[in-house]
Every structure is written in C-alpha cells, then in structure tokens.
Design a protein around this ligand. Structure first.
Ligand code: ATP
Length: 430
C-alpha cells in the first residue's frame, strides 16, 4: 500500500553523505562531536543557516550513523517550563556503558520569543551548563537579538544556502524514485523559486505531482509563488494590513515562512488587533472565512487552482476590509497556538505518544514528526476519512491515536477500517 507521506520525510537524508553541499559544516560538526568533553571544547554547537538547507537533517543523519540517541525539543515547546526541565534532566545524565550516547537537539532556537517565553534563553544556558552530553541548536538567524547571551557559550557552525543545481539534483532523484514525468526546465524553475530552501522545493514538487501527475514548466509557473523570505511574520502582517495596493497585500502573504495554517492563525488572532471599527472587523473575518472555504476545497479535493482565490481573500480581502486608509503600526505577536489553549494534559500525552510511535516507524525525529507529519495527518483525518483509515492501518495507529487525530470523525474512520478489513477477508477467502 502506498501512503502519500510528505516527501520531505520520505526522502530526508539517511546518511551523512546524503546531506549535500555542507562539507565544511559536516567536518566542523563531526570534529566538535568527536572532541566533545575534552578541555577547551564548547559544550554546545549552533548550526545556523537559511531555512531548508539541512540543519536538522545533518544532526539526525549524524546521530543515526554514529549511534547517538537523539532527544529533541522545538522552540514552540519552550513555553512549558516542565518540558525544558525534562530535557535538562536527560541532558544532565551520563550515558552508561550499556546505553547509547545522547545528543540533545534544540531546534529553531531563534524562534524563542523572549517576551512570551520569559526565561527561555536562561533555561537553555542552564541546560548547557548542566549537560553531560553534546547540545546542538539550530537557528535560521543567529544574529537575532534574543540569541546574544547564548552565542558566547556555543560553537557556531554556519551552513550554506543550497544552490539551484543542488536543489535540481535532489528534485530529479525524487522524480525518478516516484516515477514522475518531469523536465529539467520545470525543476530549475521550482529550484529558482525556492531560493535554496529544499524543503519548500520538495513540498512544491509533491503538491504539483499529486495534483497533476507530472511536472511541466507551465504547471510550475502557474502553481509556485515566488518566495521572498526577508520578512518575519509580524513584519509581513504589518505589510499586509497597511498595504496600499492589492498586490502588496498579496505579496505580504508569501513574504514569510508561515504555512497556510499558520497564516490563518496569525490573521485570525490579529484582525481585532489592527481594526478598531467593528464593521471592519466583521468584513475582515468574512474575507478570512471565505479564504478558509477555498482552503478546505483545496485540501479535500485537491483543487489547487483555487489557491489564488484563497490568497485574494486572505491578503487583499482582509486588508481592504478597512473603510479608510490610515497607516497604523500595531504589535503583532505570535498567536497563542490553538492547541495550547485547548489541549488538556491528556491530549498532550496522546500527541506525544503518537509522535513517538510515528517517529520510530518513519525513522524521523520526533520534532520533525510533530512539525511536519502530524499537521498533515490532522488534515487528512478531518477531510479524507477513507484515506485516513488506510493510514491508520498502515501505521498501526491505536484507537486513541485515531480519536485524537479525527475527533468527532473517529468512528467513521474506524468504520472504514472495519469495512476494509472485511473486504480483505472476503478477497482472501474467495
Ligand atoms: N543539505 C541537504 N541535503 C539533503 N537534503 C536536504 C538538505 N537540506 C535540506 N534537505 C531536505 O529538505 C528537508 C528539510 O531539511 P531540514 O529540516 O534539515 O532543514 P533545516 O535547515 O533544518 O530547515 P529549518 O531551518 O526550516 O528547520 C529535508 O527533509 C531534506 O529532505
């Protein structure tokens, strides 16, 4: 049975050699790891470089190839003091003779919001001090003001932006493994638009391949938006809400690394931050909910041609809900994530258990599973129950996992699984 896993997971580097174009970083990292604990060596390393250049992949590949056990945590989790304490406890343990050596990975530390996660950086410094194991951090922007106190304590290892040629080569390999018809020109166009971010290039490739079954220049041109990565989310919102022209509002949406779900969260949270007049608030929410309807159709039915309508509603629709134009500078903070608001402790435990289960099945890190696989499964378990049933069976998900992913639709997913099981039995018998 073939289950359409995100290709960024399916094709993530398995060995150190699979991580391309990062020879110097590899050498520096391995050298640091081999000498870890010796006098004069830093206890922590900070891998930094643009999005999708292989920072997390390198740590995972090294851990796998060199027999380290990886314990990781993502910046979005730094808000829970108990989580930091938990990982700090693990970091402080020595590895026994019988147990595997450990690497502690703190992903995307520049994502720590020093206001919302007060004490987050101090907690990391403390963790490094007590650690008896190598601590590795990743960041896109090591120069972020938040990280200043950290930088003195770490070995900085820069990683390079991947070249267009690197990206094309990686995409080509995937096309041939997936037996997808493609041509060099089309792959070059995806690579060009990805600006060295292999993750987004692979995602674009998969989205086009799954919708159209082939990759042509024409499809790429109509499908992939240019990325402009110079804006942090709050800057992009500033640009969006204060746009004077339609195209500015539209461009603002694609000027950050936020994915569609995150964009919805940010806009949902900040429509009332920006608009003061209730009529404007209503109009903006109306536009956002239309965007959401298009998004639902795109996800459920693969109608990717609706993407530009979704963008029009999310960008210009929200920005031009205003009655009169007036530049306003507003503080756009990271939204309090829905899950943190609504999740009970039990629900978090199930999520953790599911992430662990999938991580071992997919040979991916738990952080990756949480960031990239679980959101994908949540969409499938909401909108494509038949497919969800196949995934549940393929990955031996427990009823609790299914309940967590599908919510009120869980019984339907289980129904499909049972029907599928009966059909298989009948086939076996007949
Ligand atoms: N240098 C590389 N060699 C091989 N594959 C890569 C490389 N860089 C990225 N990839 C591919 O892109 C995906 C994302 O990579 P990874 O998560 O390592 O990026 P990252 O630099 O940690 O990005 P971010 O800063 O956004 O977390 C991986 O699954 C892998 O398939």
């Amino acid at each position: 049975m073939s289950i359409a896993l995100p290709w960024i997971i399916k094709y993530r580097p398995k060995t150190i050699d699979d991580v391309v174009n990062q020879e110097e970083a590899k050498q520096a990292f391995l050298n640091w790891l081999d000498n870890w604990g010796k006098p004069g060596q830093k206890k922590a390393a900070l891998l930094h470089g643009p999005a999708g250049c292989g920072k997390t992949s390198l740590v995972e590949a090294v851990a796998r190839s060199r027999g380290y056990q990886l314990f990781e945590m993502n910046a979005s989790d730094f808000r829970r003091k108990s989580d930091i304490e938990g990982i700090a406890r693990i970091a402080a343990q020595t590895s026994g003779l019988a147990s595997k050596r450990k690497i502690i990975l703190l992903d995307e530390v520049d994502g720590i919001n020093t206001k919302a996660d007060e004490g987050g950086i101090e907690a990391i410094i403390e963790l490094i001090n007590v650690s008896r194991n190598p601590v590795v951090m990743t960041a896109n922007n090591p120069y972020s003001k938040n990280l200043l106190p950290l930088r003195q304590n770490v070995l900085e290892i820069p990683m390079k932006r991947l070249t267009e040629t690197n990206v094309v080569a990686a995409l080509k390999k995937i096309c041939s493994a997936e037996k997808i018809e493609c041509n060099d020109e089309a792959l070059r166009e995806i690579a060009k638009r990805s600006e060295g971010d292999l993750r987004s290039a692979i995602n674009d490739l998969q989205a086009i391949a799954e919708t159209y079954g082939r990759i042509t220049l024409e499809l790429v041109k109509s499908f992939v938006v240019y990325r402009d990565r110079q804006y942090a989310p709050y800057e992009a919102l500033q640009k969006l809400f204060n746009a004077k022209y339609l195209f500015q509002a539209r461009d603002a949406l694609t000027s950050t690394d936020l994915d569609y779900d995150e964009l919805f969260l940010w806009l949902n949270e900040h429509i009332p931050t920006y608009y003061e007049d209730p009529e404007e608030v209503v109009r903006a929410y109306e536009a956002l909910s239309r965007a959401d309807v298009y998004y639902g159709r795109i996800i459920r039915r693969g109608q990717w041609d609706l993407l530009s309508y979704m963008y029009d509603m999310m960008g210009p629709g929200v920005a031009f809900a205003r009655k009169v134009y007036k530049y306003r500078f507003k503080p756009f903070r990271a939204p309090v994530r829905k899950r943190q608001l609504s999740e009970t402790r039990r629900s978090r435990e199930v999520r953790e258990a599911l992430a662990e289960h999938l991580a071992s099945r997919l040979l991916a890190s738990k952080a990756t599973v949480k960031a990239e696989v679980i959101p994908y499964l949540q969409v499938i378990f909401k909108y494509n129950l038949r497919y969800a049933a196949r995934i549940a069976r393929g990955y031996s998900l427990s009823e609790e996992h299914i309940n967590w992913l599908a919510g009120s639709k869980a019984s339907e997913v289980i129904g499909y699984m049972k029907r599928g099981e009966k059909a298989r039995e009948r086939r076996r018998e007949g």
